[in-house]
Design a protein around this ligand. Structure first.
Ligand SMILES: [Zn+2]
Length: 300
């Protein structure tokens, strides 16, 4: 995003990035939909982080038409999918080894859900960028919303054909119903735990994290999680954090950068062309160690 655009972001639309010229066209987009907050009894709860904002107040300016388009095409469908998360989880698992070359506009369930999570990811930083008075945090949020990835996402909203930037989506099941929402900047990652299901999206990784955490390795990792849970007390509520750390450790250790082209209506993912080197085992171990300490206070 250009400097002058950032300067008057409050007058622009979160979705298409164009100016909002009249009051009639101006709406506020709830980054996390109200109906979901209500269902999870989160309306008055605070999202932990530098801003400590109430979930229901995380809103960004948007054109009425853009807001409605996204709402009816993607958000309402994502919320419907969440009504039966076991079915959605099975669909995500079915695609565990699918690494598409073309990413066009899609209404496939798994893609719609990823598109929705991508909106939440950028939306949270966009909101904080607009609201924070803390220079350091504002700058960090700027690094997220000035990425080409967000510009491309906005272009796809502009044409009302939200395509999916090539990303890896994972799902993990827990025994507990606690809600959790975590985001990471550099690398771009979002984790949302809704009831028993945790969804983790590596935004714009080109599918590389999925390549290294394929269905075979995922199954082995889930067995490892079962083992940890059986042998440690009070681990149920933290199971998803282990999953988050593993995904993050791989994302941080990628031996290759994602690479894709965009031509106006679809993205072509070249992340798998050429040599795909193995991931360095020592690098992953070091990353895991760092985050176990950082997020869980655990030293191994
Ligand atoms: Zn707009």
């Amino acid at each position: 995003m250009k400097k002058e655009e950032l300067a008057n972001l409050k007058q622009r639309c979160f979705f298409c990035s164009e100016r909002i010229t009249s009051k009639r066209d101006r709406t506020l987009e709830h980054i996390i939909p109200n109906s979901l907050l209500k269902q999870l009894s989160l309306k008055d709860k605070i999202l932990e982080g530098p801003l400590h904002t109430q979930y229901s107040r995380i809103k960004v300016p948007a054109h009425r038409v853009c807001n409605n388009n996204f709402g009816s095409r993607y958000e309402s469908k994502a919320l419907q999918l969440l009504e039966n998360p076991a079915v959605l989880a099975a669909q995500i698992m079915d695609k565990a080894d699918t690494l598409p070359f073309f990413n066009g506009p899609s209404l496939d369930n798994v893609d719609v859900f990823s598109i929705w999570l991508t909106k939440i990811y950028f939306g949270l930083f966009y909101h904080d960028y607009l609201k924070t008075k803390e220079e350091d945090w504002k700058h960090k949020c700027e690094t997220v919303i000035s990425q080409d990835l967000f510009r491309l996402t906005q272009q796809s909203y502009y044409f009302n054909n939200a395509f999916l930037v090539p990303s890896s989506l994972f799902v993990f099941k827990s025994a507990t119903d606690n809600f959790d929402l975590r985001t990471q900047l550099a690398p771009n990652m979002i984790c949302i735990k809704i009831k028993a299901y945790t969804f983790i999206l590596c935004v714009g990784d080109g599918g590389l994290v999925k390549y290294y955490l394929d269905s075979k390795r995922l199954t082995a990792f889930k067995a490892q999680l079962d083992f940890i849970e059986e042998n440690n007390e009070n681990m149920e509520a933290r199971r998803h954090i282990f999953a988050y750390i593993e995904t993050l450790a791989i994302y941080n250790s990628l031996p290759k950068n994602p690479f894709y082209f965009y031509n106006g209506y679809q993205m072509t993912n070249f992340s798998f062309s050429g040599n795909i080197p193995p991931i360095e085992a020592e690098k992953i171990v070091a990353e895991r160690k760092y985050y176990y300490k950082e997020f869980m206070g655990l030293a191994f």
